[in-house]
Design a protein around this ligand. Sequence first.
Ligand code: MN
Length: 243
Amino acid sequence: MKKRDFLRAAGLLGLAGFANPFRLSAANEEQIEATTFRDGDFELPKLGYAVDALEPHIDKQTMEIHHGKHHATYVRNLNDAIKGTSFATMEIEEILAKVTDKYPAIRNNGGGHYNHTLFWQLLSPKGGGQPSGKLADAINAKFGSFDKFKDQFNNEAKNRFGSGWAWLVADKKKGLFLTSTANQDNPLMAKINKQKGTPILGLDVWEHAYYLKYQNRRPDYVTAFWNVINWAEVGRRYEQATM
Ligand code: MN
């Protein structure tokens, strides 16, 4: 039994009643036997909605390939990359906090797994509108208004050259700020990024995220994204990150 399996079996991993979407829970140990990810134990999370549920903003075929192929590959490659390293027993957040540029496969695939798992949860067929509560107050205080925040976020997404992500980040001391990262990096990578914090909203601007429907029109995809943002989830993550 691997150390991580033992810890999980002993109930030492996992948070009080909340399923960790990045990992299999003990209850799913049998299920993992049947997956192709048996060599490591990060797994591809299920989507919380149907692949066509975000139409017309994000199309079915893009979701099928993005989740079922791209994200699945990050998971498989992450499991391969951590095997036999000190990262093998860590949860994903710790891997990202400790990874350096000496471990490109763990950096790229660990980031890929985290970023996509987060992204699927930030989307909802019932999404759109605006945030409320503490997050809305914080956005207004920092950016002046929701519309000004939206413009600045869109600029981060449109101006990120090549593949990467645009982020709204929360930090206890710095409050909210916007940034973007290249490839599959994110603001949890403390040894790689200058701007550190907890990403609470992220937009994937890799061409694989939009090319089938939008081709070269990244700005149209960025505009459509606002119709499917799950603000309740973003707000929950804001409060958790700034508690
Ligand atoms: Mn992607």
